[in-house]
Design a protein around this ligand. Structure first.
Ligand code: ZN
Length: 244
């Protein structure tokens, strides 16, 4: 039997403590809703939050994490650089990373992308239709032509990210904007998936299709590697006769 994929869902977990409207939607926090929604056979899920020691992302936790899911919004600046460096290092070594919604402005995403990751936004609760533009991609498995979310925050282009390795979803919003809402990247040995929906005042992380996409993302981003790369000076495998 294949070993279970170990997932850590990270949430800054502040809106839920400070805002009654958010608490009504996610009484135990966004991270718990996501964790419950993606827990299945073959996937072990734990959570971590900003106000835990080392933001819950200790060496031990990261060593036992195959895929890290990241939701943050109002406190990106409170995430310590040492922890960001630690997460980046683990991604380069092969840990998968799924960045959700306002995580586009997190230190870790900006560091891995190298661009401003800025975008347009508007919060009036308009309709979002997330179109599958790469139906053969494993992250789109089991999803129809599109996922419709009745009320969401709008994110619009231009989204200042590097050109994605693969574009899986493009969102349309009722107000007329479009957005590259499902983007994949490789960084070192690690795989990164950015997925747009999930404003804290809407029940988006209970939507079965949204959870299916995140679950598919976990399967896609989980490390599945061959040999660990070897760098620096190296001895020849065969005898070399043509040296001077
Ligand atoms: Zn938002």
């Amino acid at each position: 039997m294949k070993p279970a994929i170990r997932v850590t869902v990270w949430n800054e977990f502040l809106h839920e403590k400070e805002n009654e409207a958010v608490r009504r939607v996610y009484p135990l926090g966004l991270h718990q809703a996501i964790a419950e929604g993606i827990r299945q056979e073959g996937v072990e899920v734990r959570t971590a939050t900003l106000e835990e020691p080392e933001h819950g992302l200790t060496e031990e936790v990261l060593n036992e994490t195959d895929v890290l899911i990241w939701w943050g919004h109002k406190a990106h600046g409170r995430v310590e650089d040492a922890i960001v460096d630690r997460v980046q290092e683990r991604v380069l070594q092969g840990m998968g990373l799924i960045v959700l919604h306002s995580g586009h402005y997190s230190k870790i995403f900006k560091k891995l992308m190298g661009t401003s990751c800025s975008l347009k936004w508007r919060e009036v609760g308009e309709k979002e239709r997330i179109w599958v533009v790469d139906p053969a991609h494993p992250i789109a498995e089991g999803i129809g032509q599109y996922v419709e979310i009745p009320h969401e925050e709008m994110y619009g282009e231009h989204f200042d990210i590097p050109k994605p390795d693969e574009l899986v979803f493009v969102s349309w919003f009722e107000g007329g904007e479009v957005f590259r809402s499902g983007c994949t990247y490789h960084r070192g040995l690690g795989k990164v998936f950015y997925f747009r929906p999930g404003h804290e005042t809407y029940p988006t992380y209970y939507n079965p299709d949204v959870l299916r996409v995140i679950s598919n993302g976990v399967q896609w981003a989980a490390p599945r590697h061959g040999a660990t790369p070897v760098y620096h000076h190296t001895l020849p495998l065969e005898e070399i006769r043509s040296t001077k």
